[in-house]
Structures are given as structure tokens and as C-alpha cells.
Design a protein around this ligand. Structure first.
Ligand SMILES: [Zn+2]
Length: 251
């Protein structure tokens, strides 16, 4: 099996105790690579550490949208510099994006957009794909992401019909969370996007197949089963295609 998890947070505190065991469990399940995504300057440092320690872990550096909404110009500059300084150690920029579910304040929402635009400029410059969060702002996120000249991966995308159509037409990719086993939204998305545009993710420790459990990439076998059911293809075919999509974008 060649499984990949393109969006997760293995620096999260509830992995600290047993990260060695978690990594070997994932390897045993056939996981070839996990891309752990940074949420803040501090977390980005931890992400780099984790990626240098484990071969299976690759790094993406980012700034979580809810934090992006309150950044000063100076802080934004520092984050952009942190990402650029480490460009040879990362495979993508993420997690970045817009979140209007947790951020209701209009000024902060506007700031999220400004930050995202700066991130896109940097990604275009250093030629790294972008892993994007969008919540209650899917249409606006898709619109802004069209400014990217690098691959765009919409993580855990729950947009309605129109933004989904726009994202597909713009050539974006979708990383499907393990939550697909209990979510109609993602089954629909898989069907609409088609295998050529799909990747797999966990968003670990969150969004486990069983609500409330801690998630990790060994659960991706369950996503593969579900995606092959939805697309009426063999698990082997689905696994291989998703792995080749991953390789095309991140290696
Ligand atoms: Zn995430």
C-alpha cells in the first residue's frame, strides 16, 4: 500500500506521549508520507523538528486563518520570512485560508484575506503548493486562490455546489478527510471532483472516522475503501492514483 496523508497536525499536544508508536503504526498500515501542517510561527518550528526527525513526515508551514485575522504587519512579515527561509525544508505552504465560522468580525475577516493574498504571492515566488482551509467562506476562498500560479489543495472542503464547481474548473485538488466514512458531503465531492483531483488526509488528531477518537493516518485505509465504493473502482486503482497525484504535487 502507498498511502498518503497530505494534511495533519502531528505536532499537536496529544501526540507527544506516543509519537514513535504512532509513526510505526502508520508505517505498518502502509502510509508512505504524512505532511504535517503548521498553524503558527511556534508550531511551524515544531513541524520542522518533527520532519527532520522522521523520514515519513514532511513539513508544510502556515498560519491558521483565525490567527491570521489578528496579525500585525510586523508579525505577517516575520511569518513570510520564516516560510521563505525554510523553503528547502518544506513541501508546501499550509495551513492557510479563510475561516468566517470562528471569525465573525469584518475587519479580521478582511485581514485574513490580505494575509492569504500575501501567502499566495510568496507561494508563487518560491513555487510551493498551498494547502487551504475554508470554512463558511468557501466562495471567497476559491476566488482568492485563483491568484495562485502553483497547485492549490482545498483541505476538507465543504463548499456548496457553486464554489465546488468553480474550484474544479480552476483546477484545484481536494484532500478528502477520513471523516468521509460518516459524511455524505465528502462522498458527493469525491464523485464530482473525480479521481484525478483527489488526495487523502486526516486533519489528525481531528476528524476521526469514529467521532471523538484521536485520528491518525493508519485510518486512511478506510477512506480508500469508501472512495473506491463511491467511484466504483478497485482499492488498488484508487490508492495508486492518489499516490501519483501526491507525487506530482509534492515531490
Ligand atoms: Zn488542519
Amino acid at each position: 500500500m502507498n498511502l498518503v496523508d497530505v494534511h495533519a497536525h502531528y505536532t499537536y499536544k496529544n501526540f507527544q506521549k506516543d509519537i514513535d508508536e504512532t509513526i510505526s503504526r502508520m508505517e505498518k498500515a502502509g502510509v508512505k508520507k504524512v505532511i504535517t501542517n503548521g498553524l503558527s510561527p511556534k508550531d511551524n518550528k515544531e513541524v520542522l523538528k518533527l520532519a527532520s526527525k522522521y523520514k515519513i513526515v514532511d513539513a508544510a508551514l502556515g498560519i491558521y486563518p483565525t490567527e491570521a485575522g489578528s496579525l500585525s504587519d510586523k508579525e505577517l512579515k516575520e511569518i513570510l520570512k520564516q516560510i521563505e527561509d525554510n523553503k528547502d525544508k518544506i513541501v508546501a505552504i499550509g495551513e492557510v485560508g479563510l475561516d468566517h465560522h470562528w471569525t465573525k468580525d469584518k475587519k479580521k475577516q478582511d485581514r485574513q484575506k490580505e494575509v492569504l493574498r500575501e501567502i499566495i504571492k510568496l507561494a508563487n515566488k518560491i513555487k510551493k503548493p498551498i494547502i487551504v482551509h475554508s470554512r463558511k467562506a468557501e466562495g471567497e476562498t476559491v476566488e482568492i486562490m485563483k491568484e495562485a500560479k502553483v497547485p492549490v489543495i482545498m483541505h476538507c472542503f465543504c463548499g456548496k455546489a457553486e464554489p465546488t464547481k468553480e474550484a474544479i474548473e480552476a483546477g484545484f485538488y481536494f484532500s478528502i478527510p477520513t471523516m468521509i466514512v460518516r459524511s455524505k458531503t465528502f462522498k458527493k465531492l469525491v464523485k464530482r471532483a473525480g479521481l484525478n483531483r483527489l488526495l487523502t488526509e486526516t486533519d489528525a488528531p481531528f476528524l476521526a472516522p469514529k467521532a471523538g477518537e484521536r485520528n491518525d493516518a493508519s485510518n486512511i485505509t478506510q477512506s480508500i475503501t469508501k472512495i473506491s465504493e463511491v467511484l466504483e473502482k478497485t482499492e488498488k486503482e484508487v490508492t495508486q492514483k492518489i499516490y501519483s497525484n501526491y507525487k506530482k504535487l509534492f515531490t
